[in-house]
Design a protein around this ligand. Structure first.
Ligand SMILES: *Cc1c(COP(=O)(O)O)cnc(C)c1O
Length: 455
């Protein structure tokens, strides 16, 4: 569509008046205007004036293989001409069956049953309900409580908020939810001076054990973001915590829910973050992992390559069997209109095809090493603290005199062709996997300039 500066201004005004934007104070858009995007290509987003922005946050952590990826586009075009949607109660279709089979073959051993939702928060609701319903079905109706990590984020519907520990998102609704308990987060930034990340994780596992010892009779499940707590500001922790959590949950008869909505699909360097929780090396791509198997593994965000909303809750045969009976009421009666949408499933299949055809995880290892190599001046900048990296996620804190650091950084980054969206004083990179070395250089060099200006 042809555009002009005036057309841009009009679009912003119309958006402010008719669209209620998420995660925003609408009034702030007076001072920090919305960015009108007209198209995307690879890692780049273009506005109506043709200015470009490197999508360093993968559009809220969803995009894996770039905007308008030709392979995913082709699969979707084909699906569009075949079947756009059909309800999944009483009906089935090739894309949802294939996707479930392929996920079962890729995921940690034992997760053979896929239940679909439309977004991350709905996957959380499904897992919480399924866990409690399981205990009820096997004659333990008192197990209805949950625990999560301090600073956890699991989405913002009421059930998901009850296991989310971000005060800003939660407090206004506290009267509406049954807030669940938290246990200490193994986030290594909280380790004592001289204490290793591993020892700190083990110390936090002791706190988990104490909680389980006391409360297991009422507990249905422990829900975690494996390895990286995204919304907490990309808090990272040692995988030994997941090993211990698995052992302890088994010991005390509590389900372990792995919320891999942000960290699944290769983001941490393995296909699923749970694979890191192993005394052996993570597996090469295509071989079955040797990490832990959670009772529920949740995927969304990157599963469709960032194209369409879809989520999946994968679970074990033990849990499945507890619902398999003659009475309807023992079944899992959760439903979403768009459950297993064929277009979304087809986008997910095309995404898995790219993982299979290109050696994505190996290529990502090289890209991560390249970024870490050239980032030395940034990493060692006097204002940068807690530099950290897991797979294709980087984060660090910036010492800045500006109280509105996040907004300033976002605005300055846009002027520098970067879409950066700091969480408080934490800058993070979570780029699409197709980012090139040249683009990595641009990202790192411009970020260094921005840090220099804001510190
Ligand atoms: C984004 C996210 C969710 C919620 O997903 P939505 O699709 O935004 O509802 C849940 N858990 C984690 C770890 C997430 O990053």
């Amino acid at each position: 569509m042809p555009s002009s500066p005036q057309a841009n201004v009009d679009l912003l005004a119309r958006s402010r008046s008719a669209v209620w934007h998420p995660c925003s104070q609408m009034k702030h858009y007076g001072q920090f205007p919305l960015v009108p995007i007209s198209r995307g290509q690879g890692v780049w987003l273009y506005d109506h004036d043709g200015k470009r922005y490197l999508d360093t946050v993968s559009s809220w952590w969803v995009n894996l293989f770039g905007h308008c990826n030709p392979r995913i586009n082709a699969a979707l075009r084909d699906q569009l001409e075949t079947l756009e949607h059909v309800m999944l109660a009483g009906f089935t279709h090739e894309p949802v069956v294939q996707l479930s089979e392929r996920l079962r073959d890729l995921a940690p051993v034992g997760l053979g049953h896929c239940f679909y939702g439309s977004d991350g928060a709905s996957a959380i609701e499904i897992a919480l309900k399924m866990s409690a319903h399981y205990w009820r079905n096997i004659g333990e109706p008192d197990k209805t409580q949950f625990i999560s990590l301090k600073n956890s984020y699991h989405g913002e519907t009421l059930g998901a908020l009850s296991v989310t520990d971000v005060a800003l998102f939660r407090d206004a609704y506290s009267a509406l939810i049954r807030q669940q308990a938290t246990v200490p987060s193994p986030d290594w930034r909280n380790a004592a001076a001289g204490e290793s990340a591993e020892n700190y994780a083990l110390r936090c596992a002791v706190a988990l054990e104490q909680h389980l010892q006391q409360h297991h009779a009422r507990l249905a499940a422990f829900i975690v973001e494996p390895l990286v707590q995204g919304a907490a500001g990309m808090a990272m922790y040692h995988p030994v915590y997941l090993q211990r959590a698995r052992q302890l949950c088994d010991e005390y008869g509590v389900h372990l829910i792995a919320d891999e909505i942000a960290v699944g699909m290769g983001r941490t360097g393995t296909m699923f973050a749970c694979e890191h929780a192993s005394p052996q090396q993570p597996r090469p791509q295509g071989e079955r992992g040797c990490g832990i198997t959670p009772d529920f593994l949740l995927l969304s965000k990157g599963i469709t390559g960032g194209y369409l909303p879809l989520s999946v809750v994968m679970t074990t045969d033990d849990i499945y069997q507890a619902f398999y009976a003659d009475e309807t009421a023992r079944g899992f009666l959760h439903s979403h209109s768009y459950t297993g949408n064929p277009l979304a499933c087809r986008a997910a299949l095309a995404t898995l095809d790219i993982f299979a055809q290109d050696d994505v995880l190996a290529a990502n290892r090289n890209k991560a090493a390249y970024l870490n190599g050239i980032a030395l001046p940034l990493r060692e900048h006097r204002a940068v603290r807690n530099w950290r990296n897991t797979g294709m996620i980087w984060a660090f804190e910036v010492d800045s005199p500006h109280r509105d650091f996040a907004q300033r950084c976002f605005a300055l980054a846009l002027q520098n062709e970067l879409l950066l969206r700091p969480i408080g004083n934490t800058i993070y990179f979570m780029p699409p996997y197709i980012i090139s070395e040249e683009e990595i250089e641009l990202l790192v060099n411009r970020t260094l300039q921005i840090v220099e200006q804001l510190s």
